[in-house]
Design a protein around this ligand. Sequence first.
Ligand SMILES: Nc1nc2c(c(=O)[nH]1)N[C@H]1C(S)=C(S)[C@@H](COP(=O)(O)O)O[C@H]1N2
Ligand SMILES: [Mo]
Length: 204
Amino acid sequence: MFDLFKRKFDRTPEGMQDRVPPGQYVTEKFPVLHYGEVPQYKHVEQEWDLRVWGSIDEPTRLTYAQFLELPTIQVTMDIHCVTRWSKLDTTWEGVQFKELLKHMPALKPEAAFVIAHAEHNFTANIPLEFLMDDEAMLAYKYEGEPLTPEHGYPVRLLVPKKYFWKSAKWLRGLEFLPHDKLGFWERYGYNNNADPWREERYSE
Ligand SMILES: Nc1nc2c(c(=O)[nH]1)N[C@H]1C(S)=C(S)[C@@H](COP(=O)(O)O)O[C@H]1N2
Ligand SMILES: [Mo]
């Protein structure tokens, strides 16, 4: 059996190979992949907020300034796109998902799934459990710099250990639900569980 922890930090050539899921190749580039236009923000303080609703005691909204005041974490992770490129050791900084929950009204006990809502009506559905991972976050820096527009500026979700399509760029809202509901790529035929180690690329 593989050891996820050991694999993550193994930088030997063989070790790096072990970190590449089946059917993936490693790229040093950072490909840009999404449906639709890249949103442009001129006055991000006024134009961006994060709305939170659904299975929560009270719907809420965080302004950009409030969001930037939250404690941050830095995480280095490997990312795997279903179109078969993987990029190792990408470093991100942002607000841990679990941390964000501490600064909001309580979730209702029924909350079990999350719909990430992004600009232009993009959605991704994620079991709440995936987002309770220590490395799951709302990222706003990549390699020490603010995200570039094409990679999700100002804020994107990062869902570790899943194909990268669940990591919604240009995040604007989180909707908590008691039941699952397919997101944009999931409706298009991508596998709902999206585990790259099990090659869960497409639905049956
Ligand atoms: N808002 C939004 N986020 C998105 C997507 C999208 O179409 N819209 N595509 C996903 C897919 S398929 C991938 S592989 C990653 C790509 O992120 P990158 O462009 O930063 O490499 O973003 C994900 N997040
Ligand atoms: Mo992707």
